[in-house]
Each structure stands twice: as C-alpha cells, then as structure tokens.
Design a protein around this ligand. Structure first.
Ligand code: TYC
Length: 102
C-alpha cells in the first residue's frame, strides 16, 4: 500500500492560544435574606466550605458586596442566576451579579 502523501503541509506559524475572558461573580448584601440562607446558597452553588461561605457572607454583609470567584462568562452567569433564583424561590431579595474582570 502506498503511503498517503501529506499534500498540505502544516503552516509554520501559529498564533498564541488565547484565554477566554473571565467574569467575576459578586454577592450583594441586602437587609432581608437570613445569613444562614446565604451561607447555604454559597455552599451549594459555589461549592464553598462552610468557613469560607461564612466569611464571604460576612464580607458582603459588612461591606455591601463580595467577589466570590471568577469563571468563564457562561459559568459565571449560570451560577449567578442560580444563586439569585434560589433566594427568589424563598421570597428573598438575594442577588448575585457578574462583571468582566479587568
Ligand atoms: N444582611 C443580611 C442580614 O442581616 C445577611 C446577608 C449577608 C444578606 C450577605 C445578603 O449577600 C448577603 N440578614
């Protein structure tokens, strides 16, 4: 069997691989959502350990907001929507926002 000939050689130059832009998910404070519920959502949606979930909740509580993590845009938006939706289902105004990382 004759060898298949590669008629189209690979080009010698390649562009550097680009990284997808990242988005922050931000927890926003409010006056109504119970602290324990916020902690529960952070553990469930963002897979945080209890100590970290508590610390993040308290930072948002004291400072008004806390960056939780960075993800690709789809993942960030899905997680923010899921967190906000979990609050809404219980009648709480809990909110998660996303914003592009500088
Ligand atoms: N401020 C809320 C309370 O006092 C608790 C809370 C913390 C709510 C963080 C939202 O992102 C939040 N019950």
């Amino acid at each position: 069997m004759p060898q298949k000939t590669l008629v189209k050689p690979r080009t010698a130059t390649r562009s550097a691989p680009t990284r997808p832009p990242l988005y922050k998910v931000i927890l926003l404070n409010d006056d109504f959502t119970p602290r324990e519920f916020v902690v529960q959502v952070l553990k469930a949606v963002f897979r945080m350990r209890p100590e970290r979930a508590y610390a993040v909740m308290m930072t948002a509580h004291r400072r008004g907001a806390c960056v939780i993590a960075v993800y690709t845009r789809d993942v960030a938006e899905t997680k923010a929507t899921e967190g906000t939706e979990r609050g809404r289902q219980k009648g709480y105004p809990l909110q998660f926002a996303t914003e592009p990382e500088e």
